[in-house]
Design a protein around this ligand. Structure first.
Ligand SMILES: [Zn+2]
Length: 118
């Protein structure tokens, strides 16, 4: 089994370690320099939290759900069939990329494809 993604605690510990190491090697850093570094580290954490929390939504992956729990076609109301996963990349502030995986749906009745909200 592949190693699991780092937990938030591990990411936070890595961020604070990086900040401490940076500070130790920059004894002359100004308050603004320190603030800039803290913001950069927090931005990475923030992006990871956003990505993980976005995927925690049941709407993010509805494959294998019972028909009545699946999103329905807005045109004809038939339950959607999973039609493959797509990744949408969004940039947060401070230019952190978040990869949002979304399941595309296809209506078995009218053939329309789209991404259910979630
Ligand atoms: Zn339809």
């Amino acid at each position: 089994m592949a190693k699991e993604d780092p937990t938030w605690q591990e990411l936070f510990a890595a961020a604070t370690d990086a900040l401490k190491a940076w500070r130790a090697s920059h004894p002359e850093a100004t308050f603004n320099d320190i603030e800039e570094n803290v913001d950069d580290e927090l931005a990475r954490l923030r992006a990871q939290l956003l990505q993980d929390l976005a995927h925690a939504s049941p709407a993010a992956d509805w494959r294998g759900q019972d028909r009545e729990n699946r999103p329905v076609c807005p045109d004809c109301g038939a339950p959607l069939q999973a039609n493959g996963e797509q990744v949408r990349r969004v940039m947060t502030d401070r230019e952190q990329e978040v990869a949002l995986k979304r399941q595309q749906g296809r209506c078995g009745q009218c053939g329309r494809t789209f991404f259910p909200s979630g």
